[in-house]
Design a protein around this ligand. Structure first.
Ligand SMILES: NC(=O)c1ccc[n+]([C@@H]2O[C@H](COP(=O)([O-])OP(=O)(O)OC[C@H]3O[C@@H](n4cnc5c(N)ncnc54)[C@H](O)[C@@H]3O)[C@@H](O)[C@H]2O)c1
Length: 424
């Protein structure tokens, strides 16, 4: 996997080049098509319609109500299709954005590459590690422009976090906790009653996330974003993972876990400095208290990261309860003398935090990832902010988590994908 330095470098170079784009002799807009005009596809179409230098030439969806909605955002120049092959043949776009269910990513990406398109494929890149390997090989063989839709890579807050970790502001990283907690059933409404003969097919289409043949559940849909952050902060993929998950709350016929808990082990450093850093991942769907965030815990400070705000807390020092010190002397039996009381300082989760430094960003990272992509397409530069190799590493990271939970064992990261040695 490309390390954070080169990710950031390519993004910054891309942004700089974009500023110069007006000076390019070829100012014709990049003709883009979008396949999959559901929830995410429509977000991408709306954002794309604000990107200078991009023209939405066509959109495609084989579900008429979604196609209609996609067309309503795409602008008057866009044509509508219900078949990808037909759209690629008739429109011959320079780039295809893929926002279809996970099980369709691989075949559609291959089809687009074979038609000579650059591709922006939504996360997770592929349904299986084998597919992701094959796709990465194909992309690299063709030197194609290919980007995976992990938009935190285009988010200034995460760039700032990487710089802070690299500069040592957090000290030595102790652990990273990632979580995405919600309180809803993750179901989309089906527009016919349950008894209707069309219900099952419509449910499978609209609620593809809940079924094993089309989805890898919470790991592919949510963890992919956050474990990409962990991989970047730690300079490479994990060594192995253990986990536990189940369908324990929403027993409504779904086939994917409604709660997942994984511990990833990363090995960093060399020789005597070699050590293990653990990254926890959890996602639940019946309590939203913790929300979605990544918490990076270091010996000198803690970073709480979200897409819209980051908070940096300096460490206050070692846990040393002041009440145990009398006249400059540590009374080792102070805890016994005061037995019955609690160690307030240590147990109070807010005691150490103090006032945080805020990292704010008003930018829209979905739009920013599209700006970066269009720029790469224009320059025919395969070094996108999240290339197919990074997409493969990301897919492998989330998919071994699912495997560990299903098989109840520790699963190693697949051989031959790990890339360069760890940075820290
Ligand atoms: N990056 C993000 O923040 C983010 C957010 C949400 C979803 N996503 C990703 O976007 C993708 C789509 O998710 P969604 O929530 O928009 O799902 P969705 O169900 O709302 O939309 C998927 C669309 O694909 C269409 N489709 C399915 N098969 C097709 C085919 N053969 N030809 C043409 N159209 C077809 C469906 O009809 C549907 O309209 C997934 O990969 C998901 O992980 C990413």
């Amino acid at each position: 996997m490309d390390g954070p330095r080169s990710d950031r470098r390519s993004f910054l170079i891309g942004s700089a080049a974009l500023a110069l784009a007006g000076a390019s002799p070829d100012n014709a807009p990049v003709r883009v098509a979008v396949v999959g005009t559901g929830a995410r596809g429509c977000d991408l179409i709306r954002a794309l319609s604000t990107v200078d230098g991009a023209e939405i030439a066509a959109v495609c969806d084989d579900y008429a109500p979604h196609l209609e909605r996609g067309l309503s955002y795409a602008g008057p120049k866009a044509r509508g299709f219900d078949d990808l092959a037909k759209m690629l043949k008739e429109i011959a776009p320079s780039a295809l954005v893929i926002a279809t269910p996970l099980d369709r990513h691989f075949a559609m990406a291959v089809e687009a590459l074979e038609a000579g398109c650059a591709v922006l494929c939504e996360k997770t890149m592929c349904y299986s590690i084998d597919q992701a390997r094959e796709l990465a090989t194909l992309v690299e063989g063709r030197k194609a422009v290919f980007q995976v839709g992990l938009q935190r890579r285009a988010n200034a807050i995460y760039e700032q976090a990487l710089a802070m970790v690299e500069s040592g502001m957090l000290g030595t990283i102790s652990a990273i906790e990632c979580r995405w907690h919600r309180n809803n059933n993750w179901r989309r409404p089906v527009p016919v009653p349950r008894g209707d003969a069309r219900w099952e097919a419509l449910d499978r289409r609209l609620n593809w996330r809940l079924y094993r043949d089309s989805s890898q559940g919470l790991m592919s849909e949510l963890a992919s974003h956050q474990l990409d952050v962990a991989n970047r902060l730690l300079g490479g993929p994990p060594k192995r993972v253990i986990g536990s998950g189940g369908i324990d709350h929403w027993r409504d016929g779904r086939e994917v876990f409604d709660n997942v808990f994984c511990i990833y082990e990363y090995e960093v450093g060399d020789g005597a400095g070699r050590r293990t850093i653990r990254v926890t991942y959890s996602s639940i769907q019946n309590n939203a208290y913790e929300g979605a965030s990544e918490l990076v815990l270091g010996t000198k400070g803690t970073l709480l990261l979200t897409q819209s705000k980051g908070l940096f807390y300096r460490e206050g020092g070692a846990d040393d309860p002041n009440w145990a010190v009398r006249e400059g002397r540590v009374e080792r039996d102070a805890s016994i003398i005061t037995s019955g009381k609690t160690l307030k300082l240590s147990n109070d989760p807010w005691a150490h935090r103090g006032k945080p430094f805020e990292i704010e960003s008003t930018g829209d990272d979905t739009r920013a990832e599209l700006v970066a992509f269009i720029d790469n397409v224009r320059r025919k530069d395969p070094a996108t902010i999240c290339d197919a190799r990074a997409g493969l590493v990301n897919a492998a990271t989330v998919l071994i988590g699912n495997q560990a939970m299903r098989e109840g064992r520790s699963v190693p990261f697949p051989e031959g994908l790990a890339g360069r040695p760890k940075r820290i």
